[in-house]
Design a protein around this ligand. Sequence first.
Ligand code: PRX
Length: 635
Amino acid sequence: MTAKIHSLGGYIHEYQKSIANPEAFWAEVAEDFYWHKRCDKVLEWDFEGPSIKWFSGGKLNITENIFERNLYTIGNQPALIWEPNNPDEQSRTLTYSELYLEVNRFANSLKNLGVLKGDRVAIYMPMIPELTIAMLACARIGAIHSVVFAGFSAASLADRIIDAEAKIVLTADGGFRGEKITPLKNIVDEALQSCPGVETVIVYERTKSNIKMVEGRDIWWHKAIEGQSDECVAEEMDAEDNLFILYTSGSTGKPKGIVHTTAGYMVYSAYTFHNVFQYNAGDIYFCTADIGWITGHSYIVYGPLLNGAQTLMFEGIPTWPDAGRFWDIVDKYKVNQFYTAPTAIRSLLAMGMEHITNKDLSSLKVLGTVGEPINEEAWHWYHDHIGRNRCPIVDTWWQTETGGVMISPLPGIIPTKPSFATLPLPGIQPVIVNEVGKELTGNSVKGNLCMKFPWPGMARTIWGDHDRFRQTYFSTFRNMYFTGDGAQRDEDGYYRILGRVDDVINVSGHRLGTAEIENAINAHPLVNESAVVGYPHSIKGQGIYAFVVCGELSTGGEEGIRKSIKMAVTSMIGPFARPDLIQLVPGLPKTRSGKIMRRILRKVAEGDATNLGDITTLLDEDVVVKIIDGALVEV
Ligand code: PRX
């Protein structure tokens, strides 16, 4: 267990310590872990390069810190509790000892199939225990996992496999999601048509779907583990060896392979889990995220397991068989900490109270939210009806790139305020800067959120493109990590996140680049060009509004083309990136130099075209008039 803060005074003390001497602070936190060799240097950093190294010279394996470090004391305790999609199916619980043996066995299977330290392993799996086993097995042998969310299309999966140069893909025949089955293996087959580098596919049998196994390439999971030993000596890793790649969206079209390394990520995910959720031995912790995103990596798998916690993994969706599914799970397992996204809260809020009133939610102690701003109505509903006015809400702000929570209340310790992420965790030094990078000191300020000092969990690079890493995060404001978010620091010094200031939108907690969606729309044969912006959406947080210029209309007319554009986006990215509103327009508002004036489109999409600001640089004002005339609103 890592060091825990118990009081407001303790927080202030730890925070001050972490700022006065960050190296000493993190060295002390790192002492709780099991190292083959302790580090020579706690921190070396330079935000210009950038080059960030934590715990240099240290030798370790993250899985030994989950298993060997804890087995004597908690070997027989549940590590992973798995609740299936269908409540009538048997749930599964793996103790630390059982999970350890499964991880070792699968690690040996990977080795047997030729996977070596440093190789990339693409994982495209449903939310089943084998997904966690697969990730930890990679970490055990020093292979780099690259989990791809199982809602991505074949084209997106292929892009990620190619970018990471993965030689092996782990998948399942299918995945259960409510009443539907996602045909994962068929999607992998389609993706692999453009990935000649993939030599092996391991397939877990989950849905018993009818699939084709490719001779010489595909192997069943149960065959792969047959006869493998459940002992596997952990690979000794350098502190800065890569642990995983996780792709995320940015301002440009191509997804970025965010790279996290071993020791820093371990220390940070463990430390933040323990403090943000105030986890106590024996508690049951439930995070509803998908492991395909960073929240699942850090707060279903690594953070909880490094703390010897009982982490609950749910295969299904919040609304099936009915909208009480989360609360049934809380009631069934007597969940103590519950962590979800505001979009889930808003959609369940809209379903009414009948799914909640008869559930025993008295076990809950801490409620968390992540991924997008939470509006006050949703915050109060969560607080009053789920927490029954007893449970503090931790509104946790962080990103794929930060590895773990950065700004958040500590429950019961830092007083909360609806829709404020409140204060930075120890070791985190946020600053708010204006457009020219001047730090806005004092309280009651608003601007761009940056970090002026490194923390152990931060990303180290973008896979295969260090210069893009520098440009994206370290070039906008000198000597600072730029988050891409706008933030306010109020009169009490509390932080409120105001949303992205770049061309990234946040749809139901899914982070999407507008350029990525535009690329998919532009690939449609009848589309000349397009521009995508976000607009406020009552459930999703942001909806996707696409302005599309078509050369001609097909026989299906406007409706037909809208439908086929949606299909194109689904097949290029995935259903979650499908535009909510598609307006066919005669042209896009551009400056004389040809740049699309997105500011105008955002205003139109928000339904506020009365004040468009300065439009004197517009090439053709008439286009704007026509766009305003044809603007769409959600019905
Ligand atoms: O805009 C912020 C928003 O989600 C972005 C990061 O997305 P992603 O890398 O997918 O990671 C999501 C899970 C950590 C941020 O730049 N965001 C995240 N948490 C919050 C938030 N916005 C407001 N409040 C939050 N608590």
